[in-house]
Each structure stands twice: as structure tokens, then as C-alpha cells.
Design a protein around this ligand. Structure first.
Ligand code: 5RP
Length: 249
């Protein structure tokens, strides 16, 4: 039986959750204002991006947006977009995009971001690099003074082949010294990305000293497919917080 104290704790947790979702939605709706009829649009992955996908679907179905084609960054986003009747393409078909909208896990003051806790980092980076602009949408909980500073995962997508070797090599890089490296699990089995790869999550005690050096060193490992450091990629960041929605360019 839930005690009165337990019940009120649950209610508090629920209202915090709802208000964070409301902030994500506000950021997402603001970002969709950047989408105009005729554009080629990258659709991100995650709970914040899902609000943007839903909004694009709504504006298409009520005729406000016409003639757009979207490139999804994951199978999950593809399925959501398909369910809403959003016209989709791949980068093979539409290699140049006007705008991409996506969430992030951490945003630093220079608008460099960590992405990929949802596991979609590779397709996200490909789509966002193919776009003239990348509108990043977050609630204020994602702001950090330095990347790695949230103490949550910084993902690295690796090939399955000799994953322990790849993990050890990541762990021993000077540029990420002191981080804890763990293979991401999905229950009892390794988590597998949409590209059939594994993910190693790096956890930092302190923000990464030099994100550029870390990105370069991680990318240089042969078994690494990509990493969650998205540096110099965000063109606009929309941050929803208790004081309203802020747009940073
Ligand atoms: C998925 C991502 C997401 O954009 C990121 O994890 C943020 O997700 P959410 O909006 O659910 O907090 O990079 O790979």
C-alpha cells in the first residue's frame, strides 16, 4: 500500500516530469518555426526531438507546411514520422538539407554538445553535418559548464569486432584520462545500435579538459565508428527553462 508520504513523493516526481516535458515541447515547437515549406529537413532522435517530429506532422496535416522531405536519424524517428505521414528520404536521395532539428544530452557555453545517450549518434552526426543549419533543442537541465560535466554518459559507437580491445584502447587514451569506460547494456546483452554496432559509454568525474583533442584521439582509433562529441556543429540552440525560451546563435 502506498503511504501518504509515498503518494505525495510520487505526485511531486510526476509534476517535475510533466514540466520538463512541457519545456522540451516548447523548445521543439520554437525550432519547428525554422522549417519552411519546400525545405529538406533532418529529424532528430529522443524525447525532445519527438515533440518536433510530432509538430512537423501536425503542420503538414493542417496544410501549414507543404512540400517538405525529411531525413530521420534513427529507426525510431523513422517509425514516428511514418506514422504521421511525413514524407521521408535518405541522405542517398537527399544529400543536402536545409535544417536539422535534434536534442542533446549536454550543451556547453560555446554550443558544443554531447549527443547519443539515445544511441543514435552516428546517423545524427551524418544528418546534422549534411544540413546547412542544426537547431539544437534542450531544456535547461542540459546546460553544463564543460562537456562531460554532467557525469552522465559520453557515448562512443564501436564495431562489435573485438569490443573489449576497443574498450581498453578508449580507456587508455590520455585525452580522456580518468574516465570510466563501460559497454552499454540492454538487459543481459550488449546494446546494439541501428547500425549493428556497440556503444561504450565514457563517464567523467570532471569536464573534459580539451574536447577537440579528445574527439580527435577517439576518432583515430580504428575500431571507433563515431563519438558523441558534436563540436562546432550547432548553429542555433533553443533552450527552454523556467524563465522562458532562449535562442542562442
Ligand atoms: C539520441 C540523442 C538525443 O538527442 C539526446 O539523447 C537527447 O535526448 P532527450 O531529448 O530524450 O533528452 O542524442 O541519440
Amino acid at each position: 500500500r502506498t503511504s501518504r508520504r509515498g503518494a505525495s513523493r510520487n505526485q511531486t516526481a510526476m509534476s517535475v516530469q510533466l514540466s520538463q516535458d512541457e519545456l522540451k515541447k516548447q523548445a521543439a515547437w520554437k525550432a519547428v518555426e525554422y522549417v519552411k515549406s519546400g525545405m529538406r529537413v533532418g529529424l532528430g532522435t529522443g524525447s525532445t526531438a519527438a515533440f518536433a517530429v510530432a509538430r512537423v506532422g501536425e503542420l503538414l496535416s493542417n496544410g501549414t507546411l507543404t512540400d517538405i522531405v525529411c531525413v530521420p536519424t534513427s529507426v525510431a524517428t523513422q517509425q514516428q514520422a511514418e506514422s504521421l505521414g511525413i514524407p521521408l528520404a535518405t541522405l542517398d536521395e537527399v544529400p543536402k538539407l536545409d535544417v536539422a532539428i535534434d536534442g542533446a544530452d549536454e550543451v556547453d557555453p560555446a554550443l558544443n554538445v554531447v549527443k547519443g545517450r539515445g544511441g543514435a549518434l552516428l546517423r545524427e552526426k551524418m544528418v546534422e553535418m549534411a544540413s546547412d543549419s542544426f537547431v539544437c533543442i534542450v531544456d535547461e537541465t542540459k546546460l553544463v559548464s564543460g562537456l562531460g560535466g554532467s557525469k552522465l554518459a559520453m557515448p562512443v559507437e564501436i564495431v562489435q569486432f573485438c569490443w573489449k580491445y576497443n574498450l581498453e584502447r578508449l580507456r587508455s587514451l590520455e585525452e580522456v584520462a580518468g574516465c570510466e569506460a563501460k559497454l552499454r547494456m540492454d538487459g543481459d546483452a550488449p546494446y546494439v545500435t541501428d547500425n549493428s554496432n556497440y556503444i561504450v559509454d565514457l563517464y567523467f568525474e570532471e569536464p573534459i579538459k580539451d574536447s577537440y583533442a579528445a574527439a580527435k584521439a577517439i576518432s583515430a582509433l580504428e575500431g571507433v565508428v563515431d563519438h558523441g562529441l558534436f563540436l562546432d556543429m550547432v548553429t542555433t540552440c533553443i533552450i527552454a527553462g523556467s524563465d522562458g525560451v532562449i535562442v542562442k546563435e
